[in-house]
Design a protein around this ligand. Sequence first.
Ligand code: BGC
Length: 742
Amino acid sequence: MEQQKLQELLSDMSLTEKVDQLLQVGGFYLEKEGMVTGPENTVGFTQEEIDLAGTVLGSIGAEKLRRIQKAYMEKQPHHIPLIFMADIINGYRTIFPIPLAQGCSFDPELAKEGAAIAARESAAAGLHLTFSPMVDLVRDARWGRCMESTGEDPYLNRQFARAMVEGYQGEQDADGAVALAKKGKIAACVKHFAAYGAPIGGRDYNTVELSERTLRDDYLPAYQEAIEAGVSMLMTSFNTLDRIPSSGNRRLLRDILRDEMGFKGVVISDWAAIEEMCNHRIAEDRKEAARLAMEAGVDIDMCTTCYSRNLDALVQEGIISETLIDEAVMRILKLKNQLGLFENPYKDADEQEEKEIILCGEHRRAARKAAADTFVLLKNDNILPLKQAAANTAFIGPHVENKMIYGGWSLFGRAEDTVSIADALRERKPDAVSAKGSAMLDNNRGLEVFDDTLDYQRDERQAAAMLQEAAEKAKAAEVVVLALGEHRLQSGEAASRANITLPDCQMELFRAVHAANPNVVVVLFSGRPLDIREITQKAKAVLAVWQPGTEGGNAILDVLYGDVNPSAKLSMSFPYCVGQVPVFYGGMHTGRPYEESMKEKFLSRYLDIPNKPLYPFGYGLSYAAFDISPVTLDGTVLIHEKGSSIRAKVTVRNTGSCAGQEVVQLYIQDQAASVARPVRELKGFRKIALDPGEEKEVYFTITEEMLRFTNIDMKFASEAGNFYAFVGNSSETQNKAEFLLK
Ligand code: BGC
């Protein structure tokens, strides 16, 4: 539809009709025949609100969405179609590894392909928009939603933000336009704006306190990248920032987001975030909350009646201008138009296609490869890969049979479609010995509502018998693969943890198995970095597999048996213990820097633990070994003018006996600046494949642009002076060369 027609449509709509376009309701309300009443209607929507709501959350299925759309459009006075939205975060039915794991691949193409597959499957099931990517920077492993982010680093997050947006929506054309109506594509929504990943104490929904400089230099770049990649929608966050809830933060949503960052799309609140401004004690009532959010520039109210019950009155009383409503509605109509919904309200919803492509072989193969490429080998004392011939390996632990190995927000993932380790073994090593050994959890604390299905230790005698069986099987085996880790409900939204350890019952199992047989390989499942000191100290190998998704079991055996050589690197540091958290590689220089060898007391250090994390960002082993030559620069002076650059070079050689991939990383350190600077910052990486004995030269181009930061005058600019370029295979590399910016 042309812009002129959209304008005419808008002019013809009543105020109530316009206000209802700004309301999003759960699909639940539309899926039922007739009105949802009584306690089921938790929000208390009226039939009229449901009939006129502009967008829908959480419903999927080609036949169902076609039916809902048809019935809705018949009632809607101007036959305006709905947009169907849902959280397709790790995939639709073919589930990929969680984003935190995807970040570890250091391969944005992997995320792009995963997003493209998620788009294809969900578009066939009638979806129009996904609430992804989540690009919140995460540095506190206690926060349950670490799993939804690609990690602690602004540069890495940017690459993945772009990749995911392009995977869902397709790439922009030369004019920056995105063909959202194209078959198999869906609109993307970047979230949660802003800085939701930094709640104090790692407690979900808690206050965020960041300096404006940190916000700008570390937290905003990934949202900015998504915007530049053409993301269609942006979601506000639940938290306050500088004591203002995001959904009522006019400066954040208008001055920064729209004016500075150039976002032109639709802004949606997070679930009930407008209403929650009453709980934040920013708004006295929902009417005030609605006013604050509308003035701040939130277009869609997710799942509350704040807008639908109050905006009419706020306009009639002259408190807000109807122009604000018109602008918001126009942005929504434009998105509907970009999706092609005025011409084809069902878009790609197609039952036949659903059957053909969902979980098809191609998608499963991609998920299997993606999963294996995200596993981080944290330790290996020459025990992995397992010998194919070694029949005598026991597979023990509560995760061996577990099929729920997909992360939170795999809303439509199904256990029956998922390959557990045990399923994969049945195919590959049908005679493998296995035992559960322990429950997944010690108790149901905090997860009481899931009690019926929760695997926790309920009976001591049974627990002792399981432990004994495991120890006996471990003793009889040559090697034990111990599959331990978090329950999937221990990470995700509202799943913050103060103790980021494994449950006691699993640690008891670890100790019993280790005592029976020290040849232990731990396969570690988790939605966040964990405190695994004891495990890494005692186990011969540790492979972090996160929450690997539909093909997890197959991918794990691929890596354990060496069909795939692990190549991933941590996207988030593993803390030494929780007392260090937040711990990340890019902290600021202090006035009292400390190195582990120093004995002085009055330094920035802990008395009882090291400063360094257990495993740093960028770290990960391979079955191959790589030698990286000293870094050389083709010049030592960078002139502050357009086009000037320095090339850093290293030669990487595979000194191991198998082919493998290495992630070569460039970090820059600013020697002196007008404000304190991170000790180093990732500015580039390359993932290269090398056969045994092969070597390759790897180059990075260093430009003045890479050296910019928010300076003492709050300007984003570089400052002349000395810098180090570090090139290596983790954030702790000492391989460096110096250059000068003039
Ligand atoms: C989450 C969002 C999600 C939304 C809709 C909220 O609770 O914070 O990330 O997109 O629900 O499901």
